[in-house]
Design a protein around this ligand. Sequence first.
Ligand code: BGC
Length: 811
Amino acid sequence: MKFGYFDDDRKEYVITTPRTPLPWINYLGSEAFFVLCSNTAGGYAFYRDARLRRITRYRYNNAPLDSDGFHIYIRDGDTVWNPGWQPTQTEPDSYRCRHGLGYTVIEGEKNGVLARQEMFVPRGDDCLLIRLTVRNGSGGEKRLSVFPYLEFCLWDAMDDASNFQRNWSIGEVEIDGSAIYHKTEYRERRDHYAVFWSDRTPEGFDTAREAFLGVYGSPARPEAVFGAGCTGSVAHGWQPVAAQQHELTLAPGGSESILFGLGYIENPREEKWAAPGVINKARAEAMMARYAVPGAFDAALERLKEDWAALLGTFRVSSGSEKLDRMVNIWNQYQCMVTFNMSRSASYFESGMGRGMGFRDSCQDLLGFVHMIPERARERILDIAATQFPDGSAYHQYQPLTKKGNLAVGSGFNDDPLWLIAGTDAYLRETGDWSILDESVPFDNDPLRADSLMEHLRRSFGFTRAHLGPHGLPLIGRADWNDCLNLNCFSEQPGESFQTTGPSEGPVAESVFIAGMFVKYGRVWAELCRRRGLAAEAEEALSAVEQVEAAVLDAGWDGAWFRRAFDAFGRVVGGKECDEGQIFIEPQGMCVMAGIGSRTGEAARALDSVRERLDTEYGIVLLTPAYTRYRPELGEISSYPPGYKENAGIFCHNNPWIVCAEASLGRGDRAFEVYRRTAPAWLEEISEIHRTEPYVYSQMIAGRDAPSFGEAKNSWLTGTAAWSFVSVSQAILGVQPCFDGLRIDPCVPAAVRSFRIRRRFRGALYLIEVENPDGVQHGVKELYLDGKALPSALIPVQEPGRTVRVRAVMG
Ligand code: BGC
């Protein structure tokens, strides 16, 4: 069942009922001011850090779900309604929500009144703009009262949700004309405030929640809206809010717009006050003035749309498949950009108060956005590298505001160091900017201990190499990519960390997955050495890689698939002798991507085993059979009920590894089949089962062992976005950025006869046409650059500014 439809021309998803299976959200903002906005105008705003600078309050795990946000009430006689249905849930006569790139428009209609609520964060400014347009489509005059309402958060979201003994006495506001200033803690150490304003003088306002809602009132039935109107309350302590009352009289056919804004302002310390106790409003007034100019709202929205079009224009496919085109050209890339902005901090599944930026997560996210914003990718790589320890290991997480490693989690996730090579490799291929390797980067954020990025990568490689276990495979430490495979932890007490309890970094437990990574990214490291004239080091690295490769084919091979690991007692994890967890997806994907067993047949055999054992109609599960009881020697993975998360859920992140692996063997039909199973556009039809947004990937879909098989969770912020984009753009469509140019090496279903791609690469534009006259799945037999035949599948780097035509003939 569908709850809306894609409007590809406008790059929007249009939701046609407010009763989506879960709130379906969008992200507004791409610089510093961010808003999460659901299809019923639920959500919240923050500045840079979702925990420390939360601007509006949001109650997770609330019932009814998603009832805090940016709501506007319309009172029309006896009827009170919201254009987005929530929070009154008055049934609208019609409803539509358009989630576009960086903006959301909600339209509702009730009793002949049409209300349109347009929302976005303009580029270059720290505010949310909301334009409400009401039109009287009825035959008679309409007298309407309009009430915008939002609830301020007292800045630190964690403290706001827990420290009531202090917080209920600190709230402060100022009211000035049509602006409500939230200035809690500004009197002491803060030099920032928030402002809510409208471009028209309201007939009333409230800033105390209990005045607007009532002490026992709720957003579904605010006393002010259902009763005598706003009271002019001035919040002291308790819960400061921004509510206004606007009276409109509309003749038949008449319409009126009101612009509302929610801004964030920082003042230099010495300019904090206009008078004792009165905040300096100059910057806020300037902000309001910018949007008071006629046409300013539309111009800013237009600019936003143009910016997104330019960003997404770096890679465009015309494949003849509507679903594929919309995933590649719009939604997958958009999600990669949101993941760049948010990492794993703020979604409807991540509270914004939890973990910082993940070392491995951020390195992998890079793979999906480096082509759009290479300069920001560069900066990100250097930030990540600065959290590496001198021995090559890394803090598992770091805080975006301070950019410092997170001590509470520490290090010891032994895949982390190698992801730095993966991210840097992607950057180098995209940009050819080798100067990044010479950048001086601190270790452990200590400027006194800095060395080149090249040296950081050397230590990444060296760390893995120096930490091999009894079978010659890399030691797993606290965990590898699979945070929940904790082979050295043995946690027995509720509440203990699965990763950091117990010995945690034992000398026996090994990871076949990290071995696959070492082979794949170790070869990259060797190539970097070679290109930097370090031939002997390159040779030496390759021989270390070969040794690990041999260990994988020996101890890591189970006969029909790659084993997952050896536990702290040297027992196989992910082998046929295991009663549960016999086969895992991760080593099959990573080892085959690394080329292990491609000549000798193990690679194909492993992928066949994936199809035979792990495939389901909704994607490939992470392992089978699911663990049915908790096993302290395996850790968190066995803590989940069967079918959820890492315990045999369909963990979408590693499905694209299988796509890439299948493509590396030239199996285009299968590669596409795996791609399609988890791609949101193909899941739109089963939204009642899938439940999360049909325009973005989710981290996990419940596996076949779960009662809710097919139900997704953790939408938006997942490494699935980046890897899916890599798998579809590079492995399937075959446009591969390389050190020396663009390689064209598609791997498609035999039925695909042609497609076109527009790719901007290092400043030149490549208009690529791929033909497949013989219906093959893989192989390019002819390649032409502006009509001239090329000797290999590589198009050399073109002069910036040039536009070239490329024709590839498969066969
Ligand atoms: C984490 C990743 C991890 C994955 C699998 C995600 O929640 O962000 O770092 O690789 O789970 O455990």
